[in-house]
Write a protein that binds this ligand. Structure first.
Ligand code: XUL
Ligand code: CO
Length: 433
């Protein structure tokens, strides 16, 4: 036990009328929503990087958080692990996620970094067996160290490709050992700063080959989890190759990996790409690649990837509506890829940020389930496409331009538009959120 969270109670469900701060008002893990426990729907994960490893910097200033484990020794990493699992317990979080660099100090060599990761993996395994949370996903940080300045798999230097591939192998090994349910690849610096020095075609070829090796290795070691790519359009590079869901799907198809790899969709990244979160979710679901979500929000004025904790129930309801329509999560879940504001210095800020975000997600989930159970939205959608249920409409799709033209002439077609009823549907949604 550390004393970092001293005085902070275990967060439990107390209902919407509770007056204390350290409670859940809406997240009731055992409450059944559409036939499934709320905990099993939402599958919350706490991320190690923002909650335990991030020092609170922004482009204008450095560290604001003074955590007792901020150092680069194994003793620091072990203290951090103790605090992390205390935090998971206080919040009743069923999952966590990490990058290699979040959990272990960098060694003097690749071999030493790997040994450090293995030692921490063993500590995690013990803590998980002793009632700690499960691992939603593991991943490799292939973007912070200066060696990855020009990318990992897409680096012009083949030695960096090699270092990156070997690093991913060690992170997949750790994820496999800990029973991780997914493995994530976010293309940190897989992109470019300027086309003037970039061989775009070659970089994309290398990225495809890299991903194929990751998939092969998954099968080689018998990892049953899902490989996920996390799209993002810009930041840190001017152009990220994994721009959005549509771009990633095209990339997967090109390398024959669309049945092997799914996507981890982040709210803030969707907005940066000029989409809504629900657009990215609906598209992924319709392409059969919806895997998991990173839940957060960006500041709409600041316009960059600020990774705030989510707090907008109507937005989240529409997101979970798409998740529920797609049948809910399989191996995926809701990872809070969200960080405190840099002035939120206290241990209790970490707990309250997550407790509030879990409540907001629970409200969104319940609203989404109520909309689906009500059925009017789906009925309206179906009615709009009802013409396509007719046998002659289906037959048309088997025809060609000649046969269709003959039919238009024979039936003297003159299609008349009808209302899409957008405001009526928006009013309906507002009754639930
Ligand atoms: C960066 C981001 C990452 C990934 C994991 O914007 O979202 O934290 O989720 O590498
Ligand atoms: Co993310």
């Amino acid at each position: 036990m550390t004393d970092f969270f001293a005085g902070i109670p275990q967060i439990t469900y107390q209902g919407p009328d509770a007056t204390e701060d350290f409670v859940f008002r809406h997240y009731n893990p055992d409450e059944v929503v559409m036939g499934r426990r709320m905990e099993d729907h939402l599958r919350f994960a706490i991320c190690y990087w923002h909650s335990l490893a991030w020092p609170g910097g922004d482009p204008f200033g450095g560290q604001t958080f003074l955590r007792p484990w901020f150092g680069d020794t194994m003793a620091d990493a072990k203290l951090k692990a103790d605090v992390a699992f205390e935090m998971f317990r206080i919040l009743g979080a069923p999952y966590f996620c990490f990058h290699d660099v979040d959990v272990r100090p960098e060694g003097a060599s690749f071999a030493e970094s790997t040994r450090n990761l293995e030692e921490i993996t063993d500590i995690f395994a013990e803590k998980m067996q002793a009632g700690g949370p499960k691992l939603l996903w593991g991943t490799a940080n292939l973007f912070s160290n200066r060696r990855f300045m020009a990318g990992a798999a897409t680096n012009p230097d083949p030695d960096v490709f090699a270092y990156s591939a070997a690093t991913v192998k060690t992170c997949m090994d750790a994820t496999y050992k800990l029973g991780g349910e997914n493995y994530v690849l976010w293309g940190g610096r897989e992109g470019y700063e300027t086309l003037l020095n970039t061989d775009l075609g070659r970089e994309l070829d290398h990225m495809g080959r890299f991903l194929s090796m990751v998939v092969d290795y998954k099968h080689k070691i018998g990892f049953k989890g899902t490989i996920l790519i996390e799209p993002k359009p810009q930041e840190p590079t001017k152009h990220q190759y994994d721009y959005d869901v549509a771009t990633v799907f095209g990339f997967l198809q090109r390398f024959g990996l669309e049945k092997e790899v799914k996507v981890n969709i982040e709210q803030g990244h969707a907005i940066l790409a000029g989409h809504s979160f629900e657009h990215e979710l609906a598209l992924a679901a319709s392409l059969g690649v919806l895997g998991s979500i990173d839940m957060n929000r960006n500041d709409y004025q600041c316009g960059w990837d600020t990774d705030h904790f989510p707090n907008n129930v109507p937005e989240i309801a529409l997101a979970y509506y798409e998740v529920l329509r797609a049948g809910g999560f399989d191996t995926g879940g809701t990872n809070f890829d969200a960080k405190l504001r840099r002035q939120s210095l206290d241990a209790e800020d970490l707990i309250l940020a997550h407790a509030g975000a879990m409540d907001v997600c629970a409200r969104g989930l319940k609203a989404a389930a109520a909309m689906l159970e009500d059925g009017r939205l789906e009925a309206a959608r179906q009615a709009r496409y009802a013409g396509w249920d007719k046998p002659e409409a289906k037959a048309m799709l088997q025809g060609d331009l000649d046969s269709i033209t003959a039919d238009v002439l024979a039936r003297g077609l003159d299609p008349q538009p009808c209302s899409a009823k957008q405001e009526r549907l928006e009013n309906l949604v507002n009754r639930f959120v």
